[in-house]
Structure formats: C-alpha cells, structure tokens
Design a protein around this ligand. Structure first.
Ligand SMILES: C[S@@+](CC[C@H](N)C(=O)[O-])C[C@H]1O[C@@H](n2cnc3c(N)ncnc32)[C@H](O)[C@@H]1O
Length: 366
C-alpha cells in the first residue's frame, strides 16, 4: 500500500469534500472573535496605530507587537478598516446574537474537520482570555497544557482528519523503511511516536526521543516504558546535534510540527543530513501556511521569554512575523541540504491539502 492510501484508509468513509470550506470557516470564526475583542475594548475615534492599540489594551512589553500582527490580518480580511498605512479604525461592535452565530460556525467547522470538542473549548477560552494573555497574566502554555494535561495538544496534533491521515501515511512509510536507529527532534507530546513505536518492534535498536523541554520527557519515559529501545533525552536542535546525541548515523530522523522552531531551517537540515546514514531518511510534518485559527496562541508563543529577547529567524523568514515556511520553501530547503524528496503529501489538489499541514520525507543519497 502507498503511504497516501494508508493515510486515506485511516479516515474510512469520512466525506472530505467540505474540508476546504470548514478550514476557511474555522479561520474566519477565530479572526472574527479577535475583531469582536478589539471592537469591545478600543475607544471611539481613531484611526489608531498598532502602538496605540497595544497601549489601550495594556499589553505587556513582550507582547506589544501582537495587536499589530492581528490588525494586519484583520485589514487583509476586511474586518478592520485601514484609512492610511499602519492606521486602523476600531472594528465594529458585534451583537450577542452575532457572536453566538460565530461560535456555532466555529463548532460546526471544528466537527467537520474531525477535531474533538476540546478544540472548541480551547479556542473559545483562548479568545476569552486575550486580555489576560496580552497583559501576561495568563500564558499560552497554560492554556495549551491545562494542569499539565496533553488533551488540547492531542486535539491539535493527533485527533483530527489531517493528522490521522498524515500519521497513518508516515507510519506506513516507516514500516517499509524498518529503521534500526531513529532520532526524534522536538518530540513533545509524541503525537506520531505513539503510532510509530509498535511498527518499530522487531527492527529498532534505538529510538532517541528528544525535546528542548524536560517537561515532556518524564511523561514519555512512563508512557513508552514498554519499549526497551526508547531513550528520552533533552536536546536543543538549534545547537550542534552531534555534540548532544553523538555522531549517529541514524536511519531515520523525525520532527513533527517542530522544525520551524529552528532559527535557520537550512542550518538545521544540514546538521540532520550530517547525522543520517547513506539512504537514511528525514521525516517532517509541517504546517505550511499561517492559519488565522492560531492567532490566539501562536503569536504569544513567539514572543520573547520573560526578560529575554524575541527569537529571531535568520532564514527566509528573517525580518517577518512568519512562523512557518511554505511548501515550496521546504522543498527548496530540503534540496539545498542535499536531501532527495521521497514523499510530499497530501497531493496538492486533494481536499486535505486545505489544512496546509504536510508530510515531507527526504532521503540522503546512498
Ligand atoms: C508544536 S510542538 C510538537 C510536539 C510533538 N512533535 C508532537 O507532535 O506532539 C513543538 C515541540 O518542539 C519543541 N521545541 C521547540 N524548540 C525546540 C528546540 N530548539 N529544540 C528541541 N525542541 C524544540 C517544543 O518543546 C515542543 O515540544
């Protein structure tokens, strides 16, 4: 079976024709929630600069850039009027009934995309707490991992149509590759790991599960304790990899929704290539578009750490507020690092492509 067919098989008979519409509806519902928040908080008059809006909202210094990011997107989507460059009128006020309709749309789109109800609760909560997030009284991490639980992350990274498809496709590829040594970077909640480990029994000699944050590693040691070949270690993929995990070689390197956190993706890919055995493969899952639905969380995660500086991107995203690379940028970066494409899924004309979450597999030539 091809990886694509394995991915589709995981979805059974779920109708997919409405996926692009539901992706768009979910994005617009969240963006409308942000417009409604600004409309209810900003004073009359204007037009306002992004700085004046940050002042009016009492934004903490590290989050002051975020209202400007929202306003740019809102103006692009005609939810805010911009009479001069960098100056924005207050969004209109929304009536209760309108907001209830937006919530209904959000929940229906969420259901259509196969996300559990947790996601609706999370999105509404992160909208409700925008003032507190901006003032740095509530952290985006707390909302993503309430009481240290992984439920929201599982909804976002595993329990939905596109991730069910991508994970099943990835598992099928890895089953055929039958790697001995695997290194996972930014493994976090292990949304793909959990499906991969069973197919690695019999071929794996080592699975090195790594993350920058020790928070995830203790959980992984307990949860995956039945796999004697798994080790969980701290590893920062912005630094020299071989110095942290040894010279390799690895038959497989994995990074699921993690590699875009590298300050320079090309440098990360070059380091990964250096660790791969000839014929070994890199498997990436990456979002390739900035979705509005992430605007209540992702910008807060991108702000500087308290007392620190904002992480700068030095690659094609330098000088922008972008989190992700596009599909074309990933393909170019993989090729530039000397990695040959093996998979790039879903096919661009498939309804699942509307999520803009993709599976890339690229191999080091033997
Ligand atoms: C969006 S989460 C995805 C986690 C995981 N792959 C999953 O699917 O559940 C991104 C992960 O990358 C990790 N991360 C971010 N920067 C990193 C770095 N420089 N080195 C290692 N891990 C990093 C974070 O701690 C987080 O666990």
């Amino acid at each position: 079976m091809t990886a694509h067919r394995a991915g589709l098989a995981a979805l059974g008979n779920t109708p997919l024709g409405d996926v692009p519409g539901d992706v768009r509806r979910l994005d617009l519902a969240v963006l409308t929630g942000i417009a409604a928040f600004l409309g209810s908080r900003l004073p009359e008059g204007g037009p306002w600069t992004a700085d004046q809006v940050a002042d009016a909202l009492g934004a903490a210094p590290r989050h002051r850039w975020i209202p400007g990011r929202w306003l740019t997107v809102l103006a692009d989507e005609a939810l805010v009027e911009s009479s001069a460059p960098g100056r924005y009128h207050r969004p209109r006020r929304y009536r209760r009934a309108e907001l209830a309709a937006v919530r209904d749309t959000l929940d229906r789109a969420r259901r259509g995309l196969g996300y559990p109800e947790t996601l609706t609760r999370y999105l509404l909560e992160s909208l409700r707490l925008l003032p507190e997030q901006l003032r740095d009284e509530v952290s985006a991490q707390t909302l993503l991992f309430p009481d240290g639980e992984f439920g929201v992350a599982a909804a976002a990274y595993r329990d939905n149509l596109v991730n069910a498809y991508l994970n099943a496709a990835a598992v099928e590829y890895v089953r055929r590759l039958a790697p001995g040594r695997t290194l996972e970077l930014g493994a976090g909640t292990g949304s793909l790991t959990v499906g991969l480990l069973p197919v690695l029994r019999g071929c794996a000699t080592e699975y090195l599960f790594t993350d920058l944050s020790a928070f995830f590693l203790e959980e992984a040691r307990v949860r995956f304790g039945g796999y004697a070949f798994l080790r969980a270690e701290v590893l920062d993929f912005s630094q020299d990899l071989a110095a942290q995990c040894g010279p390799g070689p690895f038959d497989l390197v994995i990074a699921v929704n993690a590699a875009h956190n590298a300050p320079h993706v090309g440098e990360l890919l070059a380091r990964i290539r250096g660790l791969l055995a000839p014929g070994g493969a890199l498997l990436l899952v990456e979002t390739c578009r900035e979705h509005h639905q992430s605007l209540t969380s992702m910008p807060f995660l991108l702000s500087a750490r308290p007392g620190g500086t904002r992480p700068e991107r030095r690659d094609t995203r330098a000088g922008t507020d972008r989190t992700y690379l596009t599909r074309e940028e990933w393909r170019d970066s993989l090729a530039a690092a000397g990695l040959t494409p093996r998979l790039d899924l879903p096919p661009v004309d498939h309804p699942l492509a509307a999520f803009s979450q993709r599976l890339f597999v690229a191999a080091r030539n033997p």
